[in-house]
Ligand binder design. Structure first.
Ligand SMILES: *[C@@H]1O[C@H](CO)[C@@H](O)[C@H](O)[C@H]1NC(C)=O
Length: 343
């Protein structure tokens, strides 16, 4: 029995180590405040302010605005935000990626990806994937249709790549900019196949295969390598400049469009994806703990010896338990009982 228990503990530690290792990037994401790569507010002053920074800055991102919709018929409610962006960027190229155009593009430029692309179980996953591919290929700025523009995006062209931070933590994929062939977006498209998995829960499948969670994990891993290299660096547009300040870049049109049933829930989940992820992890760890407790109860019923040793086992798997007042007494008491059993 003692040997079995030891094996069980070792197995536990290995499983635990694998879980922590697997989730490490996610855990570090929780504590990522983006401050190292944030675009400084002073670099993005109000449009008509005296400070004319940026006028002589280099332009890395081409003047292309990318958006996606299933076909050319954009619903009434999104024509207002769409038009607000078109009006402010008359000298930009505009590309609307419909389902048909997206598939043609992948088939022609990235045939190795077509099978994955076609087999995504939810249309939103194709809408997620295509934006990474077009940014990697043409460069430009991608915007969700419900992000209306409040000022020209030209100041954002002087970074090689940027993503936007969400509150309280993490990044999103609804507004992104990149120079063509930027190493970050190349890495993103190279990882899509690997991350394409069915996680049974649709929300998790979408978020972790193509959505913001996938993008955040790739970004976090990428950052560790690229942090000092200015050509590789991905800058972060902070919430103030995204939509909080009066002269922020984007206006919020989301209120009107997401107000019914499912869409509302999915939108909420999209905004709080990190919270949801943490809850899921918490649930998984709780289940694991329950499984362990169940094992203890079963093994305790089977043999009195096992009962004697189980508190020790608990202490080694859950080190923090040692701190609780009763447990050491329990360990000692159980040793005594074990001695008595032997006698
Ligand atoms: C676009 O899709 C919508 C919804 O499926 C449909 O009602 C509309 O007729 C389509 N428009 C075109 C031009 O195919």
């Amino acid at each position: 029995m003692r040997r079995g228990l030891l094996l069980f503990i070792i197995a536990n530690l290995i499983v635990f180590g694998i879980i922590i290792n697997y989730l490490f990037t996610l855990i570090t994401l929780l504590f990522e405040d983006c401050s190292a790569d944030a675009i400084h507010p002073a670099d993005l002053p109000a449009p008509n302010s005296e400070v004319n920074v940026g006028i002589n800055r280099p332009q890395y991102i081409p003047k292309i605005l990318h958006q996606t919709w299933m076909n050319e018929t954009i619903p009434e409610k999104w024509r207002v935000p769409q038009q607000s962006c078109l009006d402010l960027h008359k000298d930009w190229e505009y590309k609307l990626w419909t389902n048909e155009k997206s598939r043609d593009f992948i088939a022609k430029e990235y045939p190795w990806f077509l099978e994955t692309f076609d087999n995504y179980p939810y249309p939103i996953m194709r809408a997620d994937a295509i934006r990474y591919f077009v940014l990697a290929t043409y460069g430009g700025i991608y915007l969700d249709l419900d992000d209306g523009c409040q000022r020209p995006l030209d100041p954002l062209l002087s970074y090689r790549a940027w993503l936007r931070k969400t509150v309280p933590t993490g990044i999103s994929n609804d507004a992104m900019g990149s120079a063509p062939q930027h190493p970050f977006f190349l890495r993103v498209i190279q990882n899509l196949q690997k991350y394409s998995r069915n996680w049974q829960v649709p929300y998790v499948t979408v978020m972790y295969s193509t959505g913001p969670l996938f993008l955040s994990v790739i970004w976090k891993e990428y950052m560790a390598e690229a942090k000092t290299d200015d050509e590789k660096r991905v800058r972060i547009l902070m919430p103030d400049e995204y939509n909080k300040k009066p002269w922020a870049f984007f206006g919020v049109y989301k209120g009107s469009s997401w107000h019914q049933g499912d869409a509302k829930t999915i939108f909420w989940l999209g905004q709080h994806w990190l919270l949801v992820t943490v809850l899921v992890i918490f649930l998984a760890v709780s289940l694991y703990t329950c499984g362990f407790c169940l094992y203890r109860r079963i093994s305790a019923r089977r043999s009195p010896r096992a009962r004697g040793y189980s508190p020790v086992a608990t202490a080694s798997v859950w080190p923090w338990r040692r701190r609780s007042s009763g447990s050491r007494d329990m360990v000692e008491a159980s040793h005594k009982r074990y001695d008595q059993d032997e006698v």
